[in-house]
Write a protein that binds this ligand. Sequence first.
Ligand code: ADP
Ligand code: ZN
Ligand code: ZN
Length: 770
Amino acid sequence: MYANIIVDISHEQLDKTFQYLIPSELEDQIQVGMQVNVPFGKGNRMLTGYIVEITDIPEFDVTKIKPITSAVEGKVKVEGKLIQLAAWIRQNYGSTMNQALKTVIPIKESVKQKEKKAIKLIIPIEKAKEYLAEFERKHNGARVRFMESLIEDEIIEYGLVTGKLNIAAQTIKSFEGLGIIEISVEEYYRNPIKIKPKDEIRNRLNSTQKYITDSIKKEYDDGLRETYLIHGITGSGKTEVYMELIEHVIKQGKQVIMLIPEISLTYQTVIRFYRRFGDRVSIMNSRLSKGERYDQFTRALKGEIDIMIGPRSALFTPFENIGMIVIDEEHEGAYKSENAPKYHARETAIEIARMNNASVILGSATPSLEAYNNALTGKYKLYTLDERAKESKLPSVYVVDLREELKEGNRSIFSTKLQELMTDRLEKKQQIMLFLNKRGYAGFISCRACGHVMKCPHCDISLTSHNNGKLVCHFCGFEQPMVKACPKCGSKYISGFRAGTQQVEESVKKMYPQAKVLRMDMDTTSKKGGHEKILAAFFNQEADILIGTQMIVKGHDFPNVTLVGILAADMSLYASDYRAAERTFQLLTQAAGRSGRGEIAGEVVIQTYTPEHYSIITAQSQDYKAFYEQEIMYRTLLNYPPVCNMLLVKLSSKDEKALETATSTMKIGHNIKPKIGGVVHDEEGRKSEVKIEVESEGKIEPKETDNIQVIGPVNATLYKANDIYNKVIYIKAKSYQLLTKYKDEIELFAKDNVDFRKISVQFDFNPMNM
Ligand code: ADP
Ligand code: ZN
Ligand code: ZN
């Protein structure tokens, strides 16, 4: 047996491994992640390294492979655990060991440490309050906001001021000129903001929150480690529950990782955690460079922090003693990695918790089918919060049938009901959000005479028309001028269908010329911080109406919004994806949850062409359980996750012929099948129930029966994208472990096969997007 070893774990080149022979006396104790002493280089100088892989295939002349000298005594170090985790990720999601290592190990880059700017109030609070009064008199919104924040917290990170608070650099300069503030430069890896913890403003938990936290704390103290699912409507006080549990765990000297989707990482959330936990918290976001991420992780390794909050990648924070992992908005698609290894943060968190003897808390208003199914079958423990923590009531929801509107001669994109309510809100000076569900929908251009659709020459998808007179491919960025006549038949009647956010904005302006409108979509947010600026402006009531896509439904709390209009609820139902109904329900529920967050009750109008669809009916009544019942029936009927597991194998190549040749040799279940057995039923539908032998503790024994279903290789929906051709294979089975064996076999099949030289093979388990 041989071991592949990394001698410098913090080096950029993690793929630089060296192979050593495992001496027979060490064979029993050697494992991935272990530290060993090895002779290195010509002089055989002694170095310690980590084992990243154990194999029986020598990489070079066996007589020249040096043996490992000895194992390093003591418990597995944090780095060792991360290497073990990388091996688990590689096995369960498919990738190279190097890709898996790069995912979990923070890498030091040879870049200079960045400096960080912070803004500090340098005048007494009384004086600051005088300024504040003056700015208020002058109705200077930005200055008021800035001054208020400085009074709250004397030191604020520069980026937060320009970003989340939406203060212009000019305003900051003028404050500096007036001698109100000082701009200081700190060493980067210090805490991003300094905020004093404030105990006195802590909420007293209500009885349900208390019941939940008491039960979980008790189990924790009894040494039980579980996965809990907290199903709580938005605003029901889930975050409050997380904070209570986190405090309990860190008091015992352990550390906590809390994942939240980037988009909900708002200024308010950040502040809430700093207030409660002071500078023992660190926050990550995906805009951090590798070097910055490394700095954050260094703080964790040194024990300078107890809590790491961040997106997916925060899971790999090298804490010495993890006690709990929290995943807020557990259902979010962002928790699944889009690049190899395509790991899911939920499952990976559960594995990390297992390795570290920690508990996992999942929370959501609209749990994923997977999580809720696990909760119902007892794999997770379920708790429910079904009332808002503050007095505010859930909004009233109306569903409008757009077909009826058309029959009655209303050709506008706003139904009569929505128009009526919009007029009312504008009069009352309350705010409105208009949500255009754009997922799975393309604003394509087609010919009304012959039906020809304008498509990207590089990708197989339709082009979208933009206001600047261009047709754009949203997949690869290709642009061309708008056509005046159909390139196929010459007809002049070539135009777009349906509305985009720009058209919605135009219609609103025509109908309500006095209203101030903000629009949030890919175009208006492409600049850095654009997203936050728009949200901040709307939050500060600088506009009456906010128009946007899914970006506006999450995160921020706008107390003055009392009307939400969902313009075309069923757009996301047209996507050819088994999760379409789930996504529609989530989006509608979240969008509806934006209305009436303050003291005044809110209303919601859902406009749709399919009012009879269960995802719309259950979203109207805000009834998650009813939705789940229907949806799980559908998944059972058609055999989709979570009822089974599904492996998507993607085969791609620039060379169409090579792809055809390679894939035509693949016969899943015939020439590619796990040696442990299992018969597949093929496309003709011949089914046979078979014994699957599952490996357990080194022995191979028959354990469960499973039906394996194979689709493909077939052309992918996006057969040609970016000049690359794609084919897919879907394999469905009850057993996840069995699917990982198919993955191994496919890897083996492709490895030394000349036909596969130009083919890239990628795996995606239980894909989020088909
Ligand atoms: P969620 O995470 O479920 O959306 P939050 O924890 O953010 O809910 O709570 C929603 C709002 O209610 C917040 O403003 C929070 O401060 C407040 N809140 C939560 N729990 C309580 C409580 N027990 N008493 C008073 N206010 C509360
Ligand atoms: Zn035509
Ligand atoms: Zn394209």
